[in-house]
Design a binder for this molecule. Sequence first.
Ligand code: F6P
Length: 518
Amino acid sequence: MATAGPLTPAWGVLEALAATRKNFDLGAAFAADEGRETRYTRKTAGLVLDVSRQCIDDAVHHALLQLPDAVGMREAIEAMWRGDPINSTERRPAWHILLRRPAVAAARAPKEFTAVLAERERMLAFAEEVHDRGQFDTVINIGIGGSDLGPAMAVEALCSLGRARPAVHFVSNVDGCALHDLLQTANPQRTLFIVCSKTFTTQETLANANTAREWIRVRLGVTAIPDHFAAISVNAAAMDDFGIDPARRFAMWDWVGGRYSVWSAVGLALAIAIGRTAFDDFLTGAYTLDEHFRAAPWDENLPVMLALVGIWNINFLKIPTLAVLPYSDRLARFPAFLQQLEMESNGKSVTHDGTPVHWETAPVIWGEPGNNAQHSFFQLLHQGSLRAALDVILLKRSPIANDHAQRLATANGLAQIETFALGQRTDDPHRVHPGARPQSVIVLEQLTPATLGALIALYEHKVYAQSVIWGINAFDQFGVELGKKICHRTLAALDSAESGGSGDLRSVRGLIEKVKST
Ligand code: F6P
């Protein structure tokens, strides 16, 4: 394994620079340098990344650019491409790039690519059949985490080119409310459920899937079940037990984490919503970004730049949160998608060999569509005592061909960007805006399947690049397991008729009695 960034001399140089840049004046930086915005802007795959409103200058920029080589980034990228076991704790590849590789790039592809292409073809053929046959007017994807957030976010983002029928819905929460509400008006004859679960053991998904199966059984009879379910999983035995028709089950691979899986059959609901051609474009957009990440020099490399300014903010300016602010309702679920992508990947405190880190890792990611956020939490961003870093996403064109409305949204975004950057000096302390809120601005030429694919891949590779610099494994998620195990015991305690049935659940014993309904 390569050396973690904080253990390299390049880190010390950055620490020295940070010590003299505590009160970085972005206004002065712009005033002194006409070319600042151009120098810190890069473009690829229909995306523009402008980091000129980060609190960096050329010395910091230059020092940041030494980090990738210091940690062996080039080799780390090649390791991902080769399918090395970069998920070191689970000893397997993290090979999501293989899922979006186009058929025309089959030459010199690893042997696993044959199965990937075959499964992609089966999935897309089924998606087209669901659409063309017109049997279903409602499709309900049942899944959670990576088996929900990617396709749910993308279906919403691309709904302008979505086909009117069937309507595609997503349910995830174990409390059953979302599914209950959908089933009030759904017609069982015309409803298809997609059970999406890499493991097919996830409690939330199985609970909702069992409810759905019972709903079909009661209304249409047990023999109708295979016709109304499709599934995506690595767990063929569990799909058998559930009664999924082999023709309607689609494979996933151990070497893809849930949060990186929208490119696989996990994207079935998306493929039904947008169609084969658009789904292919989605993959191609991501593939273009993949090739860029692998080949572009660090200074031209969008994921690496985004990673480096993040490192500067988190580790050197000690800013622990990143707010993601898309100026489009279509990207309303993008912050939630990024929450899992970044925090489940890099929310780690030990290096690959288990040594505790003594540096910060993933920030807290949060956010909302920018306009709505202006009227709720922007006050804190402008004048609060805690500083947040910001990723602002703007669209050049309206996804609904309403250029006037998009101009309004963009004008709001630009006004906030200006205010975050330059602030306001005045004698009235209540009206002072300190400014110098570090921002990356991403402009999408247009919100299309291709640019959305590229945008997701941009963040996926940013996350990997940061994990390489921090020396951590971005591809396991042991932190989510313990609570799942304890849930079996809390459920047993809630089900138990006796009070005090909570055994050794010392911290929640009292709470169990408070919430118990019997
Ligand atoms: O609990 C977290 C998690 O394991 C995620 O990593 C994953 O995306 C999600 O649960 C769903 O898992 P599955 O697809 O196996 O149901």
